[in-house]
Design a protein around this ligand. Structure first.
Ligand SMILES: [Zn+2]
Length: 114
């Protein structure tokens, strides 16, 4: 069993959206999950797992670019616009969930944990 050994909260000052705070959680003094978002939902606050933008490398210079980029940020090389992986509905997959669906459900709390 893993224990949460540390929780850090950074409140969002400009509360113009439902985002209330950023949170980082450490398990067993070893595993840290950073940039969790605490979001105000209709049934109370919940924690959203971080997501990362998918990138790949330019075929011309090897520089990293976001998958949505049409031209390389570094050398201007034209990039294949359809290189992003697409899901079953044909939508381009531009973000990768860091956590799986099951851990996201496990991290859902009915009220702010801190
Ligand atoms: Zn390039």
């Amino acid at each position: 069993m893993m224990l949460i050994t540390e929780v850090r909260i950074k409140l969002v000052e400009e509360n113009n959206e439902r985002l209330q705070a950023f949170c980082s959680v450490t398990f067993d003094n070893a595993f840290a999950v950073r940039d969790l978002k605490i979001i105000e939902g209709t049934k109370g606050s919940f924690v959203a797992m971080p997501s990362r933008k998918l990138t790949d490398r330019c075929t011309g210079c090897g520089c990293k670019n976001h998958l949505r980029s049409r031209y390389c940020n570094q050398c201007g090389h034209k990039l294949d616009e359809n290189r992003a992986m697409r899901d079953a509905d044909g939508r381009a997959k531009l973000h990768a969930d860091v956590a799986t669906r099951s851990t996201r459900t496990a991290a859902r709390w009915s009220r702010p944990p801190c």
